[in-house]
Design a protein around this ligand. Structure first.
Ligand SMILES: Cc1cc2nc3c(=O)[nH]c(=O)nc-3n(C[C@H](O)[C@H](O)[C@H](O)COP(=O)(O)OP(=O)(O)OC[C@H]3O[C@@H](n4cnc5c(N)ncnc54)[C@H](O)[C@@H]3O)c2cc1C
Length: 478
C-alpha cells in the first residue's frame, strides 16, 4: 500500500450491492469507511433479485452482455474482478454457491444469505453504516469531501457514489444519485427503464393474455431494421408482452421510443422453422385435420387462445373447415406465425424495471478504478453509471466488479486482480444445480443475438468466441 494512502477516510453514499462491495474492499485495504444509506435498511434491492433467490453472477461472460454508450468500458473492471472472484468473495464470507448452467445462486436459495454475508463482511472489516441518513449536499473542500446530511456532516479523503439508478424505487434507488453526480459536473445519459415489459397497441394479442410460448422477439424500426432480438419464453399479457426475451430487448425499444421512433415487436412463434418448413407443416396439418375447424387445426400446434389470435390476425375464420383452407390462406397464416408484428407504445415504468439503461457518462470515468476524471478522489460505481447488463446475474456482477475497483483504488491506490491477490483466491468452486437447468441455461445463451448494424453488439454464443465490435475490430472474450 502506498505511504500516502495509509489510514484514509472514506464516505460511500448508497448501501446497495456496489456500495457494500466498495465499503468492504476499501475497509479491508485499511480505510475507515462510512456508508450513508437513506432508507432504514441497506441492500433492500438485493433481496428482490432473482425472484428472491439472487442470481449473483454468471460464469459465462461475453462482452456483448453489457451495453454502454462507451463501448467496452466495463471490460477492465470485470477482468480484474471476474465472476469467479465473486464466487470466491462470497465463499470467503461463508456463502456456498450453486451453478445452474453458469447462472450462480447462493446454495441456500435465498437472497437474504447474500445480503447477510455482505453485512457480515462490512462489520468484520469495521465499516460504519448509517441508515435513515438523507444527503442534503455533497462537495469537495480543498483536499477532502464534505457530505451534509440530516444526521450531521461527514468528511472523507474519498467519496464513492453508489446510489443505483431509478429502477424499482421502492428499494431505495430513487434517482437522487444522478443529481449528486451532476453536482460534481458529471454528464448524465438519460436513464430509461430496461429489463422491463413492453406495452403494445391493439386489442388482438391481449386475447391470448396468460399464454406462455417459446418465441423469437425482435425489436424493429418502421423501415424494417432489426435493433435487437432474443429468444425464450414469451409471456403475453393484457397490456403487451413480457418474459425474459422481452426484458433482454427492452433497452433497445426504450431508446428508440425515447427518440420518438416508431417501434414494432415482431414475434416468431415457430423460431426453429424457416418459411419453407412452416409452409410444409401447415399443409401437413391441413391434411391430418381436414375435417376439423381451423381453430382445432392450429390448436395442435399452439395454445388455443393463441391459435385463435393467429387465425384472426391472418384473417381466417376460426370455424372454417381446415380441409377448405386455401394455399393463399396458409401462406398468410405462415407469415403471421413467423412475423406477428405489434406496435410498441411504451415500456412499463421505472417502478417495474429491473434496471436502467443510461446514467453517468462513462467517458468521464477511469475504467480501471471508477475514479472521476473530473474530480480526483470521487468514484462512481454500479448502476449509477451508464452500464447495463442483460438478465442472468450480469448486473450484480457489474456492481461487484465496479465496487471492488473503486474500493481498492480509493483506499490504497491499487488496482489488483482479485483472484491473484486475495486470500480468497482458489475458493472458486460452485456446486451444480439440476442438470435440466444447466442445459436450459446454455441453450438460452446461444440464442442471444444483437444486430451489429443497430447496436454494435453481437453475441457469438459458445464460450470463448470473439466479439465483433462496430468497425470490424474483433476483441477476445473476457
Ligand atoms: C426485481 C429485481 C430483480 C433483479 N434481479 C437480479 C438478478 O437476479 N441478478 C442481477 O445480476 N441483477 C438483478 N437485478 C439488478 C440488480 O439488483 C442491480 O443492478 C444492482 O442491485 C445495482 O446495484 P447498485 O449498488 O448500483 O444499486 P442498488 O442495489 O439499487 O443500491 C443503491 C443503494 O443506494 C441507496 N441510495 C440511493 N440514493 C441515495 C442517497 N441519495 N443517499 C443515500 N442512499 C441512497 C439506495 O437506498 C440503495 O440502498 C434485479 C433488480 C430488480 C429490481
Amino acid at each position: 500500500m502506498a505511504e500516502n494512502f495509509r489510514g484514509r477516510k472514506g464516505i460511500i453514499i448508497g448501501g446497495g450491492a456496489s456500495g457494500l462491495m466498495a465499503a468492504i474492499t476499501a475497509a479491508e485495504q485499511g480505510a475507515a469507511v462510512t456508508v450513508i444509506e437513506h432508507t432504514a435498511r441497506p441492500g433492500k434491492k438485493i433481496l428482490s433479485t432473482g425472484n428472491g433467490k439472487c442470481n449473483l453472477t454468471n460464469l459465462y461472460m461475453d462482452p456483448s452482455f453489457y451495453r454502454s454508450d462507451e463501448k467496452g468500458f466495463w471490460g477492465t473492471a470485470i477482468r480484474n474482478f471476474p465472476p469467479k472472484a465473486a464466487v470466491a468473495f462470497f465463499r470467503n464470507l461463508g456463502v456456498l454457491t450453486m451453478d445452474r448452467g453458469g447462472y450462480v445462486y447462493p446454495m441456500s436459495g435465498q437472497a437474504q444469505t447474500v445480503l447477510d454475508a455482505l453485512l457480515r463482511g462490512a462489520k468484520r472489516a469495521g465499516v460504519k453504516i448509517v441508515t435513515g441518513c438523507e444527503v442534503e449536499k455533497a462537495g469537495r473542500k480543498k483536499e477532502h469531501f464534505e457530505v451534509t446530511t440530516n444526521l450531521g456532516t461527514f468528511t472523507g479523503d474519498f467519496l464513492i457514489l453508489a446510489c443505483g439508478s431509478k429502477a424499482a424505487k421502492a428499494t431505495g434507488s430513487d434517482g437522487s444519485g444522478y443529481e449528486l453526480a451532476k453536482q460534481f459536473g458529471h454528464r448524465i445519459i438519460k436513464p430509461l427503464p430496461a429489463l422491463v415489459q413492453l406495452r403494445c397497441e391493439g386489442d388482438l394479442l391481449p386475447k391470448a393474455s396468460g399464454v406462455r410460448v417459446d418465441a423469437l422477439v425482435s425489436i424493429q424500426t418502421a423501415d424494417g431494421k432489426t435493433a435487437a432480438k432474443d429468444r425464450g419464453e414469451l409471456q403475453i399479457t393484457d397490456y403487451g408482452i413480457s418474459g425474459i426475451p422481452v426484458f433482454q430487448v427492452s433497452r433497445y425499444a426504450a431508446k428508440l421510443l425515447d427518440q420518438k421512433k416508431k417501434v414494432l415487436a415482431s414475434l416468431n412463434f415457430l423460431p426453429d422453422l424457416d418459411e419453407t418448413k412452416v409452409r410444409y407443416l401447415l399443409r401437413e396439418q391441413r391434411e391430418v385435420l381436414s375435417g376439423e375447424t381451423a381453430e382445432d387445426f392450429l390448436s395442435g400446434i399452439f395454445n388455443k387462445k393463441l391459435a385463435s389470435v393467429l387465425l384472426k390476425a391472418a384473417k381466417i375464420q376460426t370455424d372454417k373447415k381446415a380441409g377448405l383452407l386455401t394455399s393463399e390462406e396458409l401462406e398468410r397464416l405462415g407469415a403471421t406465425i413467423r412475423e406477428f408484428k405489434i406496435p410498441v407504445k411504451e415500456t412499463n415504468p421505472f417502478e417495474q424495471a429491473q434496471i436502467c439503461t443510461g446514467g453517468v457518462d462513462t467517458a468521464e470515468i477511469e475504467a480501471e478504478t471508477m475514479q472521476s476524471k473530473r474530480v480526483p478522489g470521487l468514484y462512481i460505481v454500479g448502476e449509477l453509471l451508464d452500464v447495463d447488463g442483460i438478465c442472468g446475474g450480469y448486473n450484480l456482477q457489474w456492481a461487484w466488479s465496479s465496487g471492488y475497483a473503486a474500493g481498492c483504488h480509493a483506499a490504497a491506490g491499487i488496482v489488483p486482480g482479485y483472484l491473484k491477490n486475495s486470500r480468497a483466491a482458489g475458493k472458486t468452486m460452485t456446486f451444480s444445480g439440476a442438470e435440466g437447468n444447466r442445459t436450459q441455461g446454455k441453450q438460452e445463451r446461444k440464442k442471444h443475438t444483437y444486430d451489429p448494424d443497430q447496436s454494435a453488439h453481437t453475441s457469438r454464443g459458445p464460450r470463448g468466441r470473439g466479439h465483433k465490435e462496430k468497425g470490424g475490430k474483433t476483441s477476445k472474450s473476457r
